[in-house]
Design a protein around this ligand. Structure first.
Ligand code: SF4
Length: 468
C-alpha cells in the first residue's frame, strides 16, 4: 500500500476541526469570497439570528455578476442590479469586510481577482457562493462552491460541515499541439469522464501537459472541474505557482514568505500518495474542442463529426436527441462551418490576460464578419489595465470587436449582455445549458478564446489552427 498522502488529504486534515456524529467533517475555511448574488440572503439570515461575521478579515467581496459592461457608472440603469450592489455595500460596511468595488481599481470576477490579488494561496481551504470556486485549486488550494445557507454558515462560524470526497488523479501525458489550449483539455476530460463522472470526487490534475501549464492555464482547467461533477479540482503547487504569487498584494512577504514557501512545498502530494482512482489521457489526441449540445460534456474536436443518434448508446439517445434538436444541429457533420450570431470572449474560465492575448493574436488577422455581435470582456479591472498597456483593446477595436468593462457579462447574462431569441453564440465561458446566456432559446457553443475570435472573423465555427 502506498504510504504517502495527496495534497487533498493533507489540506483537508490540516483544516478539520472535528468529525461530526453524522460522519461529516467540520472544516475550517481559510478564505471566504463573496459577491452580490449569493450573499444578501445569507447576511439577512445572520441579522435575524443576531450573529456577527466570525472572521471578517478572512472574507473579501467583489461585484461581478450584475455589473453592466458598457459603463460601470452609478446608479445602474437596472434598478434591481443597483439594489443588489447597495445591499452588498451595506453588508460589507456593517461587518467590516473588505469590498473590491469598481472604485477600488481591483474589481472583477470573484475567481479572477482572488488569485490576482494573492488571496488564493497553496494549502488553503477556499469557499465562495459560486460553483466555479474550484478555479482556485490551480494554486493547490481545496476550493469549492457553496450554496446560500452555507455562505451564512461560513459567515457565522468560518466553518462548514462537509462530506469528504474521494480523490481521482487525472494525468494528461504527452504534449499539446499548436492551437490547443487548457480549455480544450478540460472539455476533453469532461467529455471522456462525463458531466457526472466527478460526483463525489476531488480531481487532482497532473502529468506533463498540466505541469507545463502557466498559472492562468491551470485556472482555466480547475475552473471547469465542477462541469465534470467534481466540486474540487487542483494542481499541486510548484515553482510556477510560487513565482506567480510572489509580490502580489496579499501574498506573504520577507520571512513570512520563506515560512509559507516551506509549508506550501510540504503540502504537495507525496510521490507515493494514495488515490482512490487514476486516469491517464493522452494530450496528443486533444484537438480544438467545441460543444455541440446542452451540457459541457457534449463536445467534440472541431473537425470531428457530431455524434449521430444511430451511433449513440441506447441509454444516451434521448439526451443526445434533445440536445441536437435544441441546438438545431445535425449529427454526422462537423461543427466547422456552423454559422454564429454572437461571439463572447470573457468569464472566469477565459477572461484573463493570456486569454485576451491569444484572442487578439487571431483578431489581428482579419475583421469581424458582417452581422456578428461581439463582446470582449476582461475578467477584472487589473486585466483590463494590463490589456490596455499592451494595446489589446486597439487590436480588438480595429478588427471590429466590442471592447467592454470587466464583469461576468454574457457568461450568465445577469446584466444587460444577453442573447436574443435563438441566437447562436461562440463563447469562451463554461456552461452551455439551455437559456444560460439570457434567452430561453439562445444557444451556446463553448470553445477556447482563440477559437471564439476565429469564429467571429469567419462568421462560423472554424479550426483556429488554420488561422494561426
Ligand atoms: S463568469 Fe460565469 S461562471 Fe464565472 S462567476 Fe461569473 S457567472 Fe459564474
Amino acid at each position: 500500500m502506498p504510504a504517502g498522502r495527496s495534497l487533498f488529504d493533507k489540506v483537508w486534515d490540516a483544516h478539520a476541526v472535528r468529525e461530526l456524529p453524522d460522519g461529516q467533517t467540520q472544516l475550517f475555511i481559510g478564505l471566504h469570497l463573496i459577491h452580490e448574488v449569493t450573499s444578501p440572503q445569507a447576511f439577512a439570515m445572520l441579522r435575524e439570528m443576531k450573529l456577527p461575521v466570525r472572521c471578517p478579515e478572512l472574507t473579501f467581496a467583489t461585484v461581478d455578476h450584475i455589473i453592466p459592461t458598457d459603463s460601470q457608472r452609478r446608479p445602474f440603469a437596472d434598478a434591481l442590479a443597483e439594489e443588489m450592489l447597495v445591499h452588498l455595500e451595506r453588508n460589507c460596511r456593517e461587518h467590516g469586510i473588505r469590498f473590491f468595488d469598481a472604485a477600488s481599481g481591483k474589481q472583477g470576477i470573484v475567481h479572477v481577482i482572488g488569485p490576482e490579488l494573492g488571496l488564493t494561496q497553496p494549502g488553503m481551504t477556499v469557499a465562495c457562493g459560486d460553483s466555479h470556486t474550484s478555479t482556485h485549486g490551480a494554486f493547490g488550494a481545496i476550493a469549492f462552491g457553496i450554496g446560500t445557507s452555507q455562505v451564512r454558515d461560513v459567515l457565522a462560524t468560518q466553518c462548514l460541515a462537509l462530506n469528504r470526497p474521494r480523490v481521482r488523479r487525472i494525468e494528461v501525458s504527452g504534449k499539446l499541439g499548436g492551437g490547443v489550449y487548457a480549455k480544450d483539455v478540460i472539455l476533453h476530460i469532461i467529455r471522456r469522464l462525463g458531466v457526472n463522472g466527478g460526483v463525489g470526487f476531488a480531481y487532482e490534475y497532473a502529468g506533463p501537459v498540466i505541469e507545463a501549464f502557466s498559472m492562468e492555464e491551470r485556472l482555466t482547467l480547475c475552473n471547469m472541474s465542477i462541469e465534470g461533477g467534481a466540486r474540487v479540482g487542483y494542481v499541486n503547487p510548484d515553482e510556477i505557482a510560487f513565482a506567480h504569487l510572489k509580490g502580489r498584494e496579499f501574498a506573504p512577504r520577507g520571512a513570512a514568505w520563506d515560512r509559507a514557501l516551506a509549508w506550501w512545498r510540504s503540502m504537495a502530494s507525496d510521490p507515493d500518495a494514495h488515490y482512490d482512482e487514476r486516469v491517464v489521457l493522452d494530450g496528443r489526441e486533444i484537438q480544438p474542442t467545441v460543444t455541440w449540445g446542452i451540457n459541457p460534456g457534449q463536445s467534440c474536436g472541431v473537425s470531428e463529426p457530431i455524434p449521430r443518434l444511430a451511433d449513440v448508446a441506447a441509454d444516451a439517445r434521448a439526451q443526445v436527441a434533445e440536445a441536437l434538436e435544441f441546438m438545431g444541429l445535425a449529427g454526422g457533420r462537423p461543427l466547422a462551418g456552423t454559422k454564429i450570431d454572437v461571439a463572447f470572449i470573457g468569464s472566469c474560465t477565459n477572461g484573463r490576460i493570456s486569454d485576451l492575448r491569444e484572442a487578439a493574436r487571431v483578431a489581428k488577422t482579419g475583421r469581424v464578419a458582417p452581422g456578428v455581435r461581439t463582446y470582449v470582456v476582461p475578467g477584472s479591472q487589473a486585466v483590463a489595465k494590463q490589456a490596455e498597456a499592451e494595446g489589446l483593446p486597439e487590436i480588438f477595436r480595429a478588427a471590429g470587436f466590442d471592447w467592454r468593462e470587466p464583469g461576468c457579462s454574457m457568461c450568465l447574462a445577469m446584466n444587460p449582455d444577453k442573447l436574443v431569441g435563438r441566437e447562436l453564440c461562440a463563447s469562451s465561458s463554461n456552461r452551455n445549458f439551455k437559456g444560460r446566456q439570457g434567452s430561453p432559446t439562445g444557444r451556446t457553443l463553448l470553445m477556447s478564446p482563440a477559437m471564439v475570435a476565429a469564429a467571429a472573423l469567419r462568421g462560423e465555427v472554424v479550426d483556429v489552427r488554420e488561422m494561426l
